[in-house]
Design a protein around this ligand. Structure first.
Ligand SMILES: *Cc1c(COP(=O)(O)O)cnc(C)c1O
Length: 322
């Protein structure tokens, strides 16, 4: 990658692909045919408007790990989004853009002690946890943490499963709530992540119901929790198996059922791919190509034999979403 163009296309009918084609035409006559990509910040803006229209009760906290380029983060900061940071570096980036600490959740359930201290020194209070060890680390490294208990979900139908490594079971949630009480820690809410590339919207409904169960369990132990974080997993482009609106059609009624508007619970989410997947278009230069004869019918070649094309340098570009 040699060049990055950040452009906002708000004009009707003008899109990132036009810029890509223009650049390809410019490079055909030169020797510089390196791969490049174009970022369309207007696409990020459109996603934000779509989010606000479709999930009006849910404040997005963009998951910085999905794309930490400054223009993307800056655009979302200007639009008023919050941020899900997974590390000190991400907190530094977001704060360098003037985002106040209340708009940041340190949503990594396994944190380095030095980085918990960094968050504490810089006013970042909201952070997730899913184990007793993490509670003990936070108790000795942060004066004012507002903890969010991350629960596991059934992510068996997601492309990228996250509950394999993160999230407490409902059974261990009770123990963690009790342990936090003993340590004098404040638990303000519950979070989950259904896994990236979620293909079954019912996973969200089940996780929201489970979160309600943990809220009630917390109430029995004297916590009055005020934050529900429904995580990420939302598709970033319209060619995904499950459409964003098909998911929100399940989420909205589940929220209204388990966390009605007047229940005093603030709802946030941590969309990552949703905001950035379709904003980037990659153009690559195909420098060689091999054809697998096995897949061509009527071939006399033995199965699996490869036939290299004789033109070793093809100059055509292909488009791909990154
Ligand atoms: C990766 C990640 C996200 C973003 O996930 P998407 O599926 O890209 O929306 C949100 N929260 C946490 C804790 C993550 O690890």
């Amino acid at each position: 990658m040699t060049s990055i163009d950040f452009l906002t296309f708000l004009e009707e009918g003008f899109c990132a692909r036009d810029i890509v084609e223009q650049k390809i035409n410019e490079s055909t006559s030169s020797d510089d045919k390196d791969a490049f990509y174009v970022a369309d910040l207007g696409d990020v803006l459109k996603k934000h408007l779509r989010w606000a229209r479709t999930l009006p009760r849910v404040t997005p906290f963009y998951a910085v790990k999905c794309n930490d380029s400054r223009p993307v983060v800056e655009t979302l900061a200007t639009l008023g989004a919050g941020f899900d940071c997974a590390s000190k570096t991400e907190i530094q980036l977001v704060q360098s853009l003037g985002v106040e600490p209340s708009r940041i959740i340190y949503a990594n359930p396994c944190k380095q002690v030095s980085q918990i201290k960094y968050a504490s020194a810089h006013g970042v209070q909201m952070m997730t946890f899913d184990s007793e060890v993490e509670l003990m680390k936070v108790a000795r490294s942060h004066d004012n943490a507002k903890l969010v208990l991350r629960i596991a979900t059934d992510d068996s139908k997601a492309v990228c499963r996250l509950s394999v490594k993160f999230g407490a079971t409902l059974k261990s949630s009770r123990l963690l709530l009790e342990r936090a009480k003993e340590l004098g820690l404040d638990i303000i809410g519950v979070s989950f992540h259904v896994g990236s590339g979620c293909t079954d919207p019912q996973t969200y409904a089940q996780a929201i119901a489970d979160a309600r169960y943990v809220f009630d369990m917390g109430a029995e132990l004297g916590y009055s929790m005020t934050l529900l974080d429904i995580g990420g997993g939302f598709p970033g482009s319209d060619d995904s198996k499950l459409k964003f609106e098909e998911i929100t059609a399940v989420i909205n009624p589940a929220l209204d059922k388990y966390f009605p508007a007047d229940c005093g619970v603030r709802i946030i989410a941590e969309p990552g791919r949703f905001y950035v997947a379709s904003a980037y278009t990659l153009a690559v230069n195909i420098i060689a190509k091999k054809v697998n004869m096995k897949e061509q019918s009527g071939s006399d070649d033995p199965p699996g034999s490869l036939a290299p094309l004789h033109s070793h340098q093809l100059t055509s570009h292909v488009f791909s979403r990154v």
